[in-house]
Design a protein around this ligand. Sequence first.
Ligand code: GLV
Length: 406
Amino acid sequence: MSYHLSARREFLRFLAASPLAAQALAQNPTGPYTPAYMAPASAKDALDVMDFEPLARKALPPAHWGYMATGVDDDLTLNMNREAFHHYQLRARRLVDVAAVDLKTEVLGVPWDMPIYISAVGSQRAFHPQGELATARAAKAKKAMQMLSTTTSTPVEEVAKALGRPPWFQLYMPPMWSETEKLVKRVEAAGCPVLVWTIDLLGGRNTETASRFARQDTRECLSCHATSPKAGANTSNMAGKPMLDGLSGAMNPPEATWAYVDRLKKLTKMKLILKGIDIGEDARLAREHGVDAVIVSNHGGRATETGRGTIDILPEVVDAVGPQFPVLVDGGFRRGSDIYKALAIGARAVGLGRAYIYGLSAFGQEGVERVLDILRDELTLTMRQCGTPTLAQITRASLLRNGTRI
Ligand code: GLV
């Protein structure tokens, strides 16, 4: 029997056994079939990254879910990060030998197994008891780079042990320079090779949806937190976090300027990346100030409201600094084809945030591993389908925006 016929027979058997699917077809016999959500029983049963999201929501208390999953004001930038991908289409080459696909790349002189990394998300013990350690073990198993947040619930020294090497460190800058020095020196002493200063959250924010979720939470926050998220989840004071031991807990000086970049560069031997570069002018300034790379990011839609999706920002930033300067990107990546689109525009690598936190919340280390596997496999498949088996072959020739070459 041909594969096609046996697959069709399998499908009909599945329909007969599935009252939900049969009902959906009966209601809309000619329209597209939208499968009912079936929660994966284990991490390996997840078919795509989105499969983890409802499980994460179920697993987490409302305040923790709300803190992680939502944006600012009306959540427009948050949603735009996802929506923007739908305006891009792939241009596929045919009859290219795609039997072997190579995802290897190099970032800041270091070889990476794939152009996908674990970006910083704070307070991971709010999502799973093993928090950042589970993430680090998954990153180690899947050979992914991990970036650790200043607001980590596990100290950098412990994460480095679980990861088998020091992570990149994402800096929320304390306003007092003496505290910045102390924090940066601690991170340097832990062996972190790269400092990633997050500059998109220096003006404050209004995490309204998170506050609404927090109000539904009946637990006593102050039994675990130094501050109560019910007062409005934000990152302006994070006393109690292990990387801020001995510091005041204040962060994100609104008076920061490019002079602070120069000061940071003088302070540390670590490579310096600016995270949250969202226009070409700033990308150029970053390069002029000797920064080693930039990350296009809108903080997962958690900072400036009514911004663009990061995939729409990327061309402007890549064009401003030229193809040799490393530009990384994060924001709403959930499919291998999303990652492919960013690589085609010129990103060196793509960071994951909520995608792996959903996996972590649902299944701990195994969930994070499965998210990394799914995205690696989907990216591999997209590279095959587009006739671009190496990263060097993925260029803007593989991409359209609203049907037009970019
Ligand atoms: C931390 O980075 C946050 O957005 O809350």
